[in-house]
Design a protein around this ligand. Structure first.
Ligand SMILES: NC(=O)c1ccc[n+]([C@@H]2O[C@H](COP(=O)([O-])OP(=O)(O)OC[C@H]3O[C@@H](n4cnc5c(N)ncnc54)[C@H](O)[C@@H]3O)[C@@H](O)[C@H]2O)c1
Length: 288
């Protein structure tokens, strides 16, 4: 297995335990630069991209280029090697959705000039590139539209809601709620998501269409904060800050396509997933 990462938002620490494995090698590189890989490649998972709004907005041009030029480079590599290719796309392609829950047929409601556009439109363009390469017989490309996913090894401070709330609670700090907290999200545990990605890469024939992967159980951010407080035993207060621009009020995947094509559905409930994530951060905050 070859891991390519520029460590923009990932950490070396997360792959350190693999460094002694002879089947694992690490290339520190930006996917915007053309990749030179010797030998055969069977499958390419294109996961490269900052994924939390503060981090992908920090250098929006780089985010857009990662999605577009990075995906083009990895598709070109897939073409040269005859490898299968999977794009980690996102529910953000639906923007501020007028349809609920979101099926893959829904074409979305993205503000193409707003601060989230570098990511949303970047991923939409990456999907276009993937399906063009597929249609022209140049790459066996598959596209997963991932909805909010969480779990151990997230960064503690990248602005994503689950890690934010857990770390604030564990530190005894106030919990930050953006807006009223009545906006909803559907949270998928990382092990479920990975099973879905692997199943989508493996399925034959190529579905030829994007596949939503996420957990359809929808909760409000206030409910999530309550669960974090209950599970950590923290006495933190909730502090409300203004909602960021273009923050979608509702998000829930329709996963019928994933279920029909892949036999996939999430197995880890929020209760268990939050416990595992809280346990991870308890350790990580003590010995980073
Ligand atoms: N976690 C989610 O909720 C979620 C939802 C939708 C889509 N996704 C997508 O899934 C993928 C993985 O997300 P994640 O949550 O694991 O985020 P992450 O930040 O943990 O992982 C992204 C990885 O890509 C690397 N990277 C970023 N830009 C790069 C570049 N130009 N060249 C090389 N490496 C680069 C980062 O260093 C990091 O290791 C991303 O593409 C993201 O857009 C994630």
């Amino acid at each position: 297995m070859i891991c390519v990462d520029n460590f923009l938002t990932g950490t070396r620490h997360n792959v350190e335990r693999l460094s002694g494995n002879p089947l694992f090698s690490l290339i520190e590189q930006d996917v915007i630069d053309p990749l030179q890989i010797d030998g055969p490649v069977d499958e390419i998972y294109n996961l490269a991209c900052a994924a939390s709004p503060p981090l992908y907005q920090a250098d929006p041009v780089h985010t857009m280029m990662t999605c577009v030029v990075g995906t083009r480079n990895l598709l070109t590599l897939a073409e040269a090697k005859g490898a299968r290719f999977l794009l980690a796309s996102t529910s953000e392609v639906y923007g501020d959705p007028e349809q609920h829950p979101q099926t893959e047929e829904y074409r979305g409601n993205v503000n193409c000039t707003g601060p989230r556009a570098c990511y949303d439109e970047g991923k939409r363009a990456a999907e276009t590139l993937s399906f063009d390469m597929l249609r022209h017989g140049r790459a066996d490309a598959r596209v997963a539209r991932i909805f909010n996913t969480y779990g151990p090894r997230m960064l503690e401070n990248d602005g994503r809601i689950v890690s934010n709330l857990i770390c604030q609670a564990l530190r005894g700090q106030d919990l930050t709620i953006y807006g009223t907290g009545t906006q909803t999200r559907s949270f998928c545990y990382v092990s479920d998501l990975i099973k879905g990605l692997v199943a989508l890469m493996a399925v034959t024939p190529n579905p030829g269409q994007p596949v939503n992967l996420g957990n359809p159980v929808e909760i409000t951010i206030l409910d999530l904060a309550d669960q974090v407080l209950r599970k950590t035993g923290a006495l933190s207060r909730l502090v409300h800050l203004p909602l960021p621009q273009d923050d979608p009020p509702r998000r829930r995947p329709d996963i019928m396509r994933a279920y029909t094509l892949l036999g996939w559905q999430p197995e880890v409930g929020l209760d268990d997933g939050l416990s595992a994530t809280i346990n991870y951060f308890k350790q990580a905050l003590v010995s980073p």
